[in-house]
Design a protein around this ligand. Structure first.
Ligand SMILES: NC(=O)c1ccc[n+]([C@@H]2O[C@H](COP(=O)([O-])OP(=O)(O)OC[C@H]3O[C@@H](n4cnc5c(N)ncnc54)[C@H](OP(=O)(O)O)[C@@H]3O)[C@@H](O)[C@H]2O)c1
Length: 208
């Protein structure tokens, strides 16, 4: 697949590296421009571009920026595309967002409102990137960890589940995008290593 990544920090780099290792074509981008990503492109073996170029290049776009910047994500180039939302809400970094503080919405539903003609899947947000890079294990391994995802379209979730699988993780489908609160920051499963059955149990017991 052609995967465009908006954000080239901890998350963009980790997913980019793993995706290249799994045979995907990757274009990384940030707000400062591809000239700031020259060394990274060599290290990862990916292309680099502007945010608009990464969006246009991609079949699947990964959003990996501080949540506070989500409104800067370009709308038109992402129309009709699968968009994987990795963002989390940290008030100390993103400032206070009253809707989230009140539990009225989720970070991914906010992104979905901003990108009304894109198909959003919430994924890769509930694992520390060092664990994502080093924690993948073959299917059936007793140490194999599971990761949650949520979205409104089964075919899109299957594509994201395949990426989890390629990176060495089981996928647990949490349901519709609105259920994504179950694995946001502060929930019991957030960034805690669990296998698939443990993760399903903990997700079911989450209290909003
Ligand atoms: N770190 C983790 O282990 C982890 C795990 C799961 C989820 N997350 C979540 O994933 C998101 C990214 O986290 P991170 O740790 O990768 O952050 P980070 O290391 O600070 O990287 C953020 C990246 O986004 C770019 N960026 C910032 N504003 C942008 C904009 N408006 N347009 C395009 N690019 C922009 C930054 O580059 P420029 O400033 O040069 O544009 C930088 O490359 C956050 O919401 C975080 O909470 C993090």
């Amino acid at each position: 697949m052609k995967i465009g990544i908006i954000g080239a920090g901890m998350v963009g780099r980790a997913i980019g590296k793993l995706a290249v290792g799994s045979g995907h074509e990757v274009m990384l981008s940030n707000s400062r421009g591809p000239q700031t990503l020259f060394s990274l492109s060599r290290a990862i073996g990916c292309e680099v571009g502007t945010v608009e170029e990464a969006a246009a290049f991609a079949e699947v776009v990964v959003i990996a920026i501080p949540l506070a910047a989500y409104r800067s994500v370009p709308v038109a180039p992402l129309e009709g595309k699968l968009v994987i939302d990795t963002d989390n809400y940290y008030v100390e970094r993103d400032g206070s967002i009253p809707e989230l503080d009140a539990g009225e919405t989720t970070t991914s539903e906010m992104l979905a409102r901003h990108l009304p003609r894109s198909r959003i899947v919430k994924a890769f947000n509930a694992i520390i990137m060092d664990d994502l890079e080093k924690g993948g294990r073959p299917a059936g391994s007793s140490e194999r960890r599971a990761l949650p995802l949520a979205g409104d379209n089964s075919a899109d979730k299957a594509i994201v589940a395949r990426l989890y699988e390629e990176f060495g993780f089981d996928a647990v489908d949490v349901g519709l995008l609105a259920e994504g609160w179950r694995f946001e920051r502060g929930r019991p499963v957030y960034c805690v290593p669990m296998n698939a059955s443990g993760l399903k149990d903990a997700l079911a017991k989450a209290i909003r």
